[in-house]
Design a protein around this ligand. Structure first.
Ligand code: ZN
Length: 442
């Protein structure tokens, strides 16, 4: 699929507009699919350009770039660790923390792990990733760690939402570090002007953090106008809330000011009917993470019920400590496949919506997750011309039902190709692997 130049004059100020031509289908958003050309420029999805490149995408389906609403990029360096599968959460946490201590979590490791996680994300069609970073060794330069993640993302061309998390951190320290990271990385609001970097805050959950941490981080969020994210109703969360407080996690979050429209809750396994209504009324958004919840034995979130109640639900992979792959489309497929075990089954289009605009809603990013005019020009080109898709009646449904492990041929972020013919544009994949390997061996 060669790029053909229609004109050799380039726009003076900026990159030329990239036109995707001849697609089998373009998924514009959850309500519309079309054919024809799609024009992707640095300023977003646009009308026909005066000049630019044309990429022939015949035999391909184009979708909005995927938005992974919940990852822990550091864990990309700690996958398939012995002692982390089929064990209680307390044992899992202990094992992961031993591994972090043995390696020493510093900006170099954070950068190398993030480069791996980001490269993998892009190669799998993820154009925006939310990294809920929870590991802050005492005395660490937390701004340098956040900056290392931001640099890793920028070096490969993905959009990053960096979430300054906390997990049993000192409440005051967590809050002042969050403020320092915001001041350093996004001083003029929660998102940089180019839309490539966002910062949010959020404790790991009521199972690990106290009311003080939630309140102080909430104050930082309101002072700087950044989004809040946390995790709720994983099995351990429900158990610890009952043991420690005799309450349900959502009662505590409500009391601590964290059931509100600027909050996204990841996991939400085991929510009752009454809690579903309460979540919908609160205006929170949700992130479903079945690729983590299933192996951890936390159950299946009742996604159909949450959607039917009006909750915006996004999709996340969570990190390599529980889900060894950052392949969001594979997890959209998994979400669809397991959904009948927790209520009504999800349609393929609903799973794709979760992985695009659903996740973008939770990040407060209305320009992401769709391809309507004016959208940020983030898109994936999925080749459906091979044997894995032969006989598929609906190529969009086939994106999820057929061809497990499918990867996009091309990925575009902000109108620029960042994956071309299944390879990273800005780095050699092997160098990304080598950087982490040498850090882990060193
Ligand atoms: Zn998680």
């Amino acid at each position: 699929m060669p790029v053909r130049h229609t004109c050799d004059t380039r726009r003076c100020d900026n990159r030329p507009v990239l036109t995707l031509s001849g697609a089998t289908a373009i998924v514009v958003d959850d309500a519309s699919t079309r054919t024809g050309d799609l024009h992707l420029g640095p300023d977003g999805v646009s009308g026909p350009p005066l000049a630019g490149d044309v990429l022939d995408v015949s035999g391909c389906v184009v979708t909005p770039g995927l938005v992974n609403a919940h990852h822990h990029l550091l864990q990309s360096a700690f996958r398939t660790l012995p002692g982390t599968r089929g064990v209680p959460m307390a044992a899992w946490l202990q094992r992961m923390s031993e591994a972090y201590t043995a390696e020493g979590v510093d900006p170099a490791l954070v950068r190398a792990a993030a480069r791996v996680g980001v490269a993998e994300s892009l190669l799998d069609g993820v154009t925006t990733v939310a990294d809920h970073h929870l590991t802050w060794p005492s005395g660490a330069d937390t701004v340098a760690m956040a900056r290392a993640t931001a640099d890793a993302a920028r070096s490969l061309g993905i959009r990053l939402a960096f979430v300054r998390g906390a997990a049993r951190d000192d409440p005051e320290e967590a809050a002042s570090s969050a403020a320092a990271i915001i001041e350093a990385l996004v001083p003029h609001g929660g998102v940089t002007a180019d839309g490539m970097l966002q910062v949010a805050v959020g404790p790991a959950g009521v199972h690990s953090d106290t009311e003080a941490t939630f309140r102080l981080m909430g104050e930082v969020a309101s002072r700087y106008g950044v989004r809040r994210r946390t995790q709720a109703n994983e099995q351990v969360d429900v158990d610890i809330a009952a043991e420690r407080y005799g309450r349900r996690p959502l009662d505590l979050l409500d009391e601590w000011g964290w059931l509100a429209p600027d909050v996204t809750l990841a996991h939400l396994c085991g929510v009752t009917e009454a809690e579903t209504a309460r979540l919908a009324a609160s205006g929170i958004t949700a992130t479903h993470a079945p690729g983590c919840d299933l192996p951890m034995g936390w159950g299946v979130a009742p996604v159909g019920r949450l959607l039917d109640a009006g909750v915006a639900v996004g999709l996340g992979t969570s990190g390599g400590g529980s889900n060894d792959a950052g392949h969001l489309l594979a997890d959209a497929r998994l979400a669809m496949q397991v959904s009948p075990l927790a209520g009504r089954g999800l349609a393929a289009a609903e799973a794709l919506t979760m992985a695009t605009s659903g996740s973008a809603r939770g990040l407060g990013r209305p320009e992401l997750g769709h391809l309507r005019p004016g959208a940020a020009a983030d898109a994936c080109v999925w080749d459906v011309s091979g044997v894995h898709d032969a006989g598929v009646a609906d190529p969009v449904a086939g994106l999820l039902w057929a061809n497990p492990g499918r990867r996009p041929r091309h990925v575009i972020v902000a109108g620029r190709l960042v994956v071309r013919d299944y390879a990273l544009v800005d780095a050699d994949e092997r160098d990304v692997v080598a950087e982490l390997a040498s850090r882990l061996d060193g």
